[in-house]
Design a protein around this ligand. Structure first.
Ligand SMILES: Cc1cc2nc3c(=O)[nH]c(=O)nc-3n(C[C@H](O)[C@H](O)[C@H](O)COP(=O)(O)O)c2cc1C
Length: 425
């Protein structure tokens, strides 16, 4: 997926150098509720270039880079204050004026927030730099407020094909996770690959449901036109009039069901993207936990207490990921039932249309025949869409079952029982 347009340019800071850090070097910081830094690991401190004394109890904007659009931080705070985990690309400024980019996963913890960061490298990262440059320019040119800038950012991501910020987060975090694994010559965990497939199918599922809704809208007046035409034919049109009225009633029922059907497709997609984000988040949290536990103890950070907090957060997110997986299976089951209901209605519609076709043929009126042809075209789209959705749903169920099996064999490092010892790695 590309989220750039052709006019945007990636800002190249010739005057600044980048702070080097390795792809294997994850880092974290923890803040209080107002965003004042409470602790972190040695990579965080080293890359920032500040001493611990200069970092601790200081607002996190100490490392803010002026290339960052305000809208990104507005969006970040808006989400985390509502308890929502948030992933975002952030460009930071080190103490000596150099810069470094991170992909930050910020999650609420007791008394504040935790940000775990990795070095971004995926093609999405390139696209996002261009989008940020665009938004930054809009902030300056149009005097956008931070919340307006966040809205513009969301709109820009939607234009690029992301359904919303949650969708973008899942897609970007998985892209970064996978790209980093490749760079580090680590295998990509099977669960991540499965989620990637699930996200692709979920996106197709939603666009197919949208196409069905569009077709229903485009053809919604055809049965009414048939009724009008039949009325104009007097007693000769009585049979086709009744058939059209039945067709109209059934297609109205389809319209009503469509809203529920579409909402179910949306929930399937949302739950899958959320699950992908939870899973990748818990994997990154697992890694930072191990990294931190193996770090030399420094006097500025209470190592034991911090390690316990990281483990606790890991356990929470593993439980969230496991719970989400059950949610995906629930949503898929409901959606499958909704699809079966739509198929039943569609075959009822087909039977009535066939009767209409026979009657229109008997009457031999071109207008009626044309309208029946329109109904046929609509029905073809509906059936094709529902078949595609049936296949996608089967694929989704299969992938979700595979994930469940991976869980059961603990390959994903998740536990279905949140109370168990998720800390073991
Ligand atoms: C856990 C956590 C981590 C953060 N990490 C960064 C960061 O790495 N860089 C940054 O500029 N802002 C970070 N922020 C956001 C800052 O609090 C702040 O909103 C941002 O720097 C914008 O500052 P300003 O409002 O003074 O422009 C973080 C916030 C939280 C809660």
């Amino acid at each position: 997926m590309s989220i750039t347009n052709t006019t945007a340019e990636i800002p190249v800071s010739h005057s600044e150098d980048e702070v080097a850090f390795g792809f294997s070097e994850l880092f974290f910081s923890r803040t209080d509720e107002r965003g004042k830094i409470q602790s972190g690991n040695t990579v965080f401190q080293r890359v920032s270039g500040y001493s611990w004394q200069e970092l601790l109890n200081k607002p996190h904007n100490v490392i803010r880079h002026s290339d960052m659009p305000r809208g990104v931080f507005w969006l970040l705070w808006d989400r985390i204050r509502r308890g929502l985990p948030t992933g975002a690309y952030v460009k930071n400024r080190s103490q000596d004026g150099r810069y470094y980019w991170v992909y930050a996963i910020v999650t609420p913890v007791e008394g504040g927030y935790l940000s775990v960061r990795l070095k971004p490298s995926s093609p999405v990262f390139c696209d996002v730099q261009a989008v940020y440059a665009e938004i930054l320019a809009c902030e300056a040119k149009e005097g956008l407020s931070p919340s307006q800038s966040a809205t513009r950012l969301n709109e820009r991501l939607i234009d690029a094909g992301c359904r919303d910020y949650d969708n973008f987060m899942a897609m970007s975090l998985l892209a970064e996770f996978q790209h980093r694994s490749l760079i580090l010559c680590q295998g990509i965990p099977a669960a991540i690959t499965s989620f990637n497939d699930l996200m692709t199918s979920a996106n197709k599922l939603l666009s197919t449901a949208e196409a069905i809704a569009d077709a229903c809208n485009a053809y919604r007046f055809v049965p009414l036109n048939l009724i009008v035409q039949a009325g104009q034919m007097g007693s000769a049109g009585a049979a086709i009039g009744t058939i059209s009225a039945n067709y109209s009633m059934l297609s109205q029922e389809i319209q009503v069901n469509l809203a529920t059907f579409f909402e179910a497709a949306r929930r399937v997609s949302m739950t899958i993207h959320e699950g992908a984000f939870f899973l990748a988040t818990s994997m990154v949290q697992e890694e930072i936990s191990v990294v931190f536990e193996n770090e030399p103890v420094t006097q500025n950070v209470d190592h034991l207490s911090e390690a316990t907090k990281l483990r606790h957060q890991l356990t929470r997110y593993q439980a969230k990921a496991a719970e989400n997986l059950r949610g995906i299976q629930r949503e898929l089951k409901q959606f499958g039932e909704g699809t079966a209901g739509m198929k039943r209605l569609a075959s009822g519609l087909a039977a009535i249309r066939v009767m209409g076709k026979v009657e229109a043929g008997r009457l031999g009126t071109t207008v009626l025949n044309d309208l029946i042809c329109d109904l046929e075209a609509f029905q073809e789209k509906l059936n094709q869409g529902l078949n595609d959705i049936g296949n996608l749903n089967n694929g989704l169920c299969f992938n979700a079952d595979q994930l469940e099996k991976l869980h059961a064999s603990s390959e994903v490092g998740l536990r279905l029982d949140p109370s168990c010892d998720a800390a073991k790695v």
